[in-house]
Design a protein around this ligand. Structure first.
Ligand code: ADP
Ligand code: XUL
Length: 548
């Protein structure tokens, strides 16, 4: 009962998750606080506030603070002995930013154990109360301006790993500085979601982590250092101080928990606080071994591929992201990210499948690959890939394969299969381009996130990619697991028990992956031929949205 535990938190779009693992990396506790369900007073939909203006998407920072107060209570109620926790780490939804006031450091350093975090930090510790999150798409002007300053999209991708994206934190800061100069001046420090949480544990503002820093358009990815030109372009000369020290690797020991944690919850005074990373990099460290592609089917859909260290720097594309790897200096992660993932599928489920996943699956299974020539592309939110397309678009091709032509609507029963096929084919159409020469040959596809529990979705991915699909055996919470593993790594190194790298530690753990779907090679051949028809539909959508 006194076995040390490592805590991983994941502050994601729709909920805060908490996972405790033991020394063998087995999950001992798994708890969550859902924002809409548990904290309805903030009025969020799926964890976010949409508007007031088009494209604005934020989450209340107070809600995140209160979610942490609440999850600690839930952990206590579940019988967690906090003194067993030896290290804390975690993950945050990428790109979201938190704006600390000039009094924040003092408040963090002098928390009163008789009071909650919420009552002590809100409102005074924050200069801005609505944090822009990754779903925001309101910064197109700032993006184009940033690319112009640096020499175009490819030049910015070469420097930072990505061309300018609306949700990336640099453009978000640039917009706040222009539109809300008073609040910007009153901002002493800016955190990412992943550096905000460890700050609460430390009692002082934590540095930003390298992999998550790669989602800001502010870091020189070749050297993992802030780039002065980018900082100035986004936030003036004052941004250097607001952004804090140079980025650190994931799982770096930042200090010990502040006395508030010890006195209020009974944490061990030596409990380590380590740097958290982004939810996607955390998913990678939890799941990826060489030869794996990881597909996270959370609110967003992200495809992740590890690129090992090499003498030749990896290629930079303007159509995908390159992130610094969180634990291996010199390694990288290639990433595709779609905004319309789970929520778009949920919308189709609600409209055409009585709000029930079992019914949705029946409707998908009742039709054959290619959906009898019916195509549907669904972008309820402005998409990232292809950029800024919005709306639903339907097509029909007579032989199922070629020359799809736009149609007004689809038969009701065609929608569930249409959305899953078009979402999958979009990934399939792009994967070859981001597979690097030095990326290991793909052996298996590892699925995670809320929709990875769906058997039909698992089978479709196996068929489409022509490789077997695996899921982790003990949890679908990969990002929180990655966080807990970073904590465990820090703890094992600091107590003298282990001197190796994170990857060496993982190599000693059992591979707890379960095979859940084998490809049907005949169906894979059908999908090979459907990529082109999908691409034609997508080209039509891009042109239609450009004109609009
Ligand atoms: P995040 O970490 O981004 O908050 P999750 O990984 O928790 O998201 O995934 C939440 C999503 O999972 C929900 O929006 C829901 O649509 C989806 N989901 C849950 N169960 C299923 C299922 N059986 N089939 C398809 N999607 C599902
Ligand atoms: C990645 C992205 C999302 C968020 C939320 O670039 O925007 O995947 O990390 O999960």
């Amino acid at each position: 009962m006194s076995e040390p535990l490592s805590l991983g938190l994941d502050l994601s779009t729709q909920q805060l998750k908490s996972l405790l693992i033991n020394e063998r990396a087995v999950v001992v506790y798994d708890l969550a606080v859902g924002y809409d369900r548990d904290l309805p007073q903030y009025g969020t939909t799926n964890g976010a506030i949409y508007g007031p203006a088009a494209g604005h998407v934020t989450s209340p920072v107070a809600m995140w603070v209160q979610a942490l107060d609440l999850i600690l209570q839930r952990m206590k109620d579940a019988g967690v002995d906090f003194s067993r926790i030896r290290a804390v780490s975690g993950a945050g939804q990428q790109h979201g930013s938190v704006y600390w006031s000039t009094t924040a450091e003092d408040s963090l350093a002098s928390l009163d154990p008789s009071k909650t975090l919420l009552s002590q930090l809100v409102p005074n510790a924050f200069s801005i109360h609505s944090s822009p999150i990754w779903q925001d798409s309101s910064t197109t002007r700032e993006c184009r301006n940033l690319e112009d300053i640096i020499g175009g999209p490819q030049a910015l991708a070469d420097l930072t790993g990505s061309r300018a994206y609306e949700r990336f934190t640099g453009a978000q800061i640039k917009k706040i500085r222009t539109e809300r100069p008073d609040e910007y001046v009153k901002t002493a420090r800016i955190s990412l979601v992943s550096s905000f949480l460890p700050s609460l544990f430390l009692g002082s503002i934590a540095p930003i982590e390298v992999s998550d820093a790669s989602g800001m358009n502010l870091m020189d990815i070749a050297h993992c250092r802030w780039d002065e030109r980018l900082l100035r372009a986004c936030g003036g000369t004052e941004l250097k101080a607001k952004i804090g020290p140079e980025p650190v690797l994931g799982g770096t020991v930042l200090g010990k928990v502040s006395s508030w944690w010890v006195k209020r919850w009974g944490f061990h005074p030596d409990c380590l606080v380590t740097s958290f990373t982004g939810d996607n990099p955390a998913t990678m460290v939890a799941l990826s071994t060489p030869g794996d592609a990881v597909l996270s089917l959370g609110t967003s859909t992200t495809l992740l591929l590890a690129i090992p260290p090499s003498d030749t720097p990896p290629a930079r594309f303007t159509t995908s992201h390159l992130l610094a790897h969180p634990t291996t200096a010199g390694a990288h992660i290639a990433m595709l990210c779609y905004k319309n993932g789970s929520l778009a599928r949920e919308k189709v489920r609600n409209e055409y499948a009585s709000g029930d996943w079992a019914r949705f699956n029946e409707l998908v299974a009742a039709r054959t690959p290619g959906n009898e020539g019916y195509w549907g592309l669904y972008f309820p939110l402005p998409e990232i890939i292809p950029p800024n397309v919005i709306g639903n678009f339907y097509f029909k091709s007579e032989d199922g394969l070629t020359a799809p032509t736009p149609v007004e609507k689809l038969p009701d029963r065609a929608h569930p299969r249409a959305i899953v096929e078009s979402q999958l084919l979009s990934i399939r159409a792009r994967v070859a381009a981001i597979l690097q020469q030095d990326t290991p040959h793909l052996r298996r596809l590892v699925l995670t996130g809320g929709a990875s529990t769906n058997p039909i979705i698992r089978q479709l991915f196996a068929d489409l990619f022509g490789i077997p699909v695996y899921v982790p055996e003990d949890t679908s919470e990969a990002a929180a697991t990655g966080g807990a593993l970073l904590a465990r790594y820090a703890w094992r190194r600091s107590n003298g028990g282990f001197g190796g790298t994170f990857e060496e530690m993982r190599a000693g753990d059992a591979d707890r992956m379960k095979l859940v779907a084998q490809p049907d090679k005949e169906i894979t051949k059908v999908y090979d031929r459907l990529v082109e028809a999908y691409t034609l539909c997508e080209d039509f959508v891009v042109k239609a949205c450009d004109k609009a």
